[in-house]
Design a protein around this ligand. Structure first.
Ligand code: BES
Ligand code: MN
Ligand code: ZN
Length: 504
């Protein structure tokens, strides 16, 4: 759901006659000039409240003063910063989320945020990052609640955030690309949260088509077209479902002629993964509505790139299928041929994501000769055993690419941890009857899955695979996200492209 709270920037002295005032203090506590000013206007109420509550300005702490005298604000919220001198860009994003969290449910119509004095030489980028964080935190998925929390009389809803800062016009300009990223992340979250009876492969494709409005070029391949292209691996996954399979190709050509070959982003879009004939156990199976988190990230990223008019050529390819058991489903033991000509023995129909990606990867290389390929997939439960829900798994045939992605992960807080590839792991997927088999046994399950993917990557193409099974869905609460679908990967890859692929 797009959130209804509008965000704007105003000068520090702009009249603020209503709602909540948000002000800051560094560790000490050292009140910001705006906070000092409000303390004076309230005849010392603020400092009294600081004393009574024992507030020291530590990061994440706050003091609330309700109905203060001497000012028109209904509420003053004093937020601790800790040591903002050490803040990186991402700390400002998280601070925005923290502040939004403290406001939600208890706010008036408007929150006036006096950020300008939080740090002496606060950049407009930091202010824009704060704004992004505040808006990211505002995301909720409530489209299936017949009683909208936003209309419920018991809950007060924040309608406006006004960020007061020295150069409000420059801050507004700096926020524009962040706004694009917000839209991209929220699109990815919407897609992941959407139940699988609504978000079928066809419905996903039609939502991808809606990106045309933003300037993305889309084409969708049908089953007949994929059959003609020889995509036997992807089609084998979808053949048990009543819902037909699709492949959507999204192009953003912001780099123009000089931009050269595109960077390719490929996503697993299994709209529901029952496991197929190798049926999954019932407990927790509902989570498999999120098995299209990779594809959701690709769609969200393409939207973000288009909305902020990124100077890059990018192509996104997503394989959209539903993995169901039925009389037409693929059986364990079946042999199928992928578009590349590689034959695959399907030992476990629940190892379907790699089959879908095999044909997506081959297709994008044949058709677009990309400079690099990044694929994202909720590929293995094993990656959660290895890395929990903190890092996504990173596999790559290229050290530079790997370092660039890892760096973007640290900058955005969407962290990656590299895991190995190698001939000894590759051996695990050798088949007796076909070229390869689709499972590599019990140990190192995330690695053998990555080895499988690598069989469909030409050796001179820089390629990275991100296993986002632990980070895309069933997300843990963070400062900037409370939704089940996190939108993981959009901010990461947007930053990766900004840092490494955009023409300046
Ligand atoms: N979609 C699952 C992986 C997954 C599991 C994602 C839990 C998110 C949460 C994938 O298709 C799968 O079933 N993988 C199997 C592979 C196995 C059969 C080799 C797995 O991880 O158990
Ligand atoms: Mn599966
Ligand atoms: Zn799956």
């Amino acid at each position: 759901m797009t959130n209804p709270t509008t965000l704007s920037f105003a000068s520090p002295s702009a009249v603020a006659a209503d709602g909540a005032a948000v002000i800051f203090a560094e560790e000490g506590p050292k009140l910001s000039p705006a906070a000092q000013d409000l303390d004076k206007k309230t005849k010392g109420r603020l400092k009294d409240a600081v004393k009574v509550s024992g507030f020291k300005g530590k990061k994440g702490t706050s003091v609330d003063v309700l109905a203060p005298q001497g000012v028109k604000f209904a509420r003053i919220l004093l937020v601790g910063l800790g040591k903002p001198k050490d803040f990186a860009n991402d700390d400002w994003v998280n601070l925005g989320g923290v502040v939004r969290g403290k406001l939600t449910g208890r706010e008036g119509d408007t929150a006036h945020v006096y950020l300008e004095a939080a740090k002496s030489e606060l950049s407009v980028e930091d202010i824009a990052a704060f704004a992004l964080g505040a808006q990211l935190r505002g995301y909720t998925f409530d489209k299936y609640k017949s009683k909208k929390p936003t209309k419920d009389a018991d809950v007060k809803v924040l309608k406006k955030i006004v960020i007061h800062c020295a150069d409000s016009r420059a801050a507004g300009r700096a926020y524009k690309p962040e706004r694009a990223i917000l839209d991209g992340v929220n699109l990815a979250r919407d897609l992941v949260n959407e139940p699988a009876n609504i978000l079928t492969p066809a419905e996903f494709a039609s939502r991808a088509k809606a990106l045309t409005k933003a300037g993305v070029q889309i084409s969708v391949l049908s089953e007949t077209q994929m059959k003609r292209l020889g995509m036997g691996a992807l089609l084998a996954v979808g053949q048990g479902s009543e819902n037909t399979s699709h492949m959507a190709v999204m192009q953003w050509k912001g780099g123009g002629q000089k931009g050269g070959e595109p960077v390719a982003i490929v996503g697993k879009g299994v709209t529901f993964d029952t496991g197929g004939i190798s049926l999954k156990p019932a407990g927790g199976m509902e989570d498999m509505k999120g098995d299209m988190g990779g594809a959701a990230c690709v769609a969200g990223l393409m939207l973000a790139l288009a909305e902020r008019k990124a100077k890059v050529n990018a192509v996104g390819v997503i394989g959209l299928v539903e993995n169901m058991p039925s009389g037409t489903a693929t059986r364990p033991g079946d042999v199928v041929e992928a578009m590349s000509g590689t034959t695959i023995e399907v030992l476990n129909t629940d190892a379907e994501g790699r089959m879908v990606l095999a044909d997506c990867l081959w297709y994008v290389q044949e058709k677009y000769k990309p400079r690099a390929i990044i694929n994202l997939a909720t590929l293995t439960g094993a990656v959660m055993v290895a890395l929990g829900k903190v890092h996504a798994g990173l596999f790559s045939n290229n050290d530079d690419l790997s370092e660039q992605l890892t760096a973007a992960g640290l900058e955005t807080g969407e962290k990656l941890w590299r895991l190995p590839l190698g001939p000894k792991y590759d051996k695990l997927i050798e088949s007796k009857v076909a070229d390869i088999k689709n499972t590599g046994g019990r140990w190192g399950g995330s690695i053998s899955a990555a080895q499988f993917l690598q069989r469909f990557v030409k050796p001179d193409t820089p390629w990275a695979h991100l296993d986002i099974a632990g980070t895309a869905m069933a997300a843990e609460s963070t400062d900037i996200n409370r939704s089940w679908g996190s939108g993981f990967g959009v901010r990461l890859l947007d930053r990766f492209i900004q840092d490494n692929y955009e023409r300046r």
